[in-house]
Ligand binder design. Structure first.
Ligand code: SF4
Length: 382
């Protein structure tokens, strides 16, 4: 069982962001933390004795929470859930918002891993994205976290940005490497409808790099990070040996999780497939739901066995280690071969999938066309 807590506050809304995150709502923070603990009470009724393998505080920007509220939240979680000492306990934090007081509260509450949004090293790209920080802020924040004893730090970077060239991307990778972090997530930009960035792209005020440049950026990522001792373990994620994010691996292997907070989802495995509960995305709507204990307002989706099988493949193929035949059979009571063996072997012949040691994984070429492969599997298994 994993635990996720969503903190939906940001200093300023980034121009590409469509997450449940809000600027100018800090006045609701105290009530929001109370609501999180109320939801934790409700979720802990049936899960109190199940050890929590990993905790992830995401957002939004968790480092905008005042230290005393963070402290209240973390001690409240420890009172309600069984979080064994040493469990991976991550919080996202953004450069420009990290303070010594916040770090003290985080560390005394069990946080042992930080994930920071760096995105790019060039001021002009940070401006295009609407980020509030500079590269100097990133460096200061990493140094501050190290000084406080955080030994496991990840940074997020983005490629395929408007105005970004492969040279600029390599420069950002170099800047991230010089921070000496243990983990990097490198995401290709997906312009989301309704964001200011997408409106600028649609109006021709900004232009994306062409496909060849974007592919070069991804290939450079694999080459450069591998040369610096990072292993790719998922399409967008790279880690020094032993520093892979266990929380995300749990998500890709369909480990059950409890999600607390606005827009957060919980996933519980059931005999018939699974149950996903999703909270409302608005801060006030979420607080009202918690105040009234009206948990029935969550969106409730039951996963059928066929949905669960497809989800195992869709999530598992994101990882370089791929999908284990033994784990698939144990989880679904059906062999992977019986489920979609024909289509997997066909993709293997096309050089898109690799079958070895009882696992199916995407090849490098397969990663580029992952969605097309999944569509074929979906159509073949319907
Ligand atoms: S810091 Fe993250 S969550 Fe907040 S607005 Fe920017 S991208 Fe969105």
């Amino acid at each position: 069982m994993e635990l996720y807590i969503h903190i939906p506050y940001c200093r300023q809304k980034c121009r590409y962001c469509d997450f449940a995150s809000y600027a100018g709502q800090d006045g609701t923070m105290a009530a929001y933390v109370d609501a999180l603990l109320r939801e934790a009470d409700a979720m802990a009724v049936n899960t109190k004795d199940i050890p929590i393998k990993t905790v992830f505080i995401g957002g939004g920007t968790p480092s905008t929470l005042p230290a005393e509220l963070l402290q209240k939240l973390l001690s409240g979680l420890h009172e309600r859930f069984h979080i064994p000492a040493g469990s991976e306990f991550t919080s996202e934090a953004n450069p420009g918002t990290l303070t010594p007081e916040w770090l003290d509260a985080a560390i005394s509450g069990g946080v042992n891993r930080l994930s920071m949004g760096m995105q790019a090293s060039q001021p002009e790209l940070l401006r295009t994205l609407g980020r509030i920080h500079t590269q100097a802020d990133v460096e200061t924040s990493v140094q501050l976290a190290r000084k406080h004893g955080i030994g496991n730090i990840s940074v997020d970077l983005m490629f395929g940005l408007p105005g970004q060239t492969p040279d600029m991307w390599r420069e950002s990778l170099d800047a991230a490497l010089s921070l000496g972090v243990e983990h990097m997530s490198c995401y290709g930009l997906i312009p989301e409808d309704g964001t200011p960035l997408k409106l600028d792209l649609d109006a021709g005020r900004l232009t994306l790099p062409d496909e060849a440049d974007e592919r070069r950026m991804y290939d450079d990522t694999l080459r450069i990070l591998s040369a610096h001792g990072f292993q790719q373990y998922e399409i967008s994620n790279f880690a020094k040996p032993g520093r892979e994010c266990q929380h995300n691996i749990g998500y890709w292997t369909r480990e059950p999780y409890i999600g607390l907070g606005a827009s957060a989802a919980s996933f519980l495995q059931t005999k018939s497939g699974g149950l996903r509960l999703t909270n409302p995305a608005g801060i006030r709507e979420y607080i009202a739901m918690a105040d009234e204990q009206a948990w029935r307002r969550r969106e409730r989706v039951s996963l059928l066995p066929e949905d669960a099988r497809f989800e195992s493949l869709m999530l598992g193929l994101r990882m370089t280690r791929g999908v284990s035949e033994a784990d698939f059979a144990a989880m679904h009571g059906l062999t992977l071969d019986a489920y979609c063996g024909g289509i997997l072997r066909q993709q293997e012949q096309h050089g898109l999938l690799l079958h070895q040691n009882g696992r199916w994984a995407l090849t490098r070429r397969g990663m580029d066309v992952q969605n097309a492969i999944l569509v074929e599997i979906m159509e073949a298994t319907e």
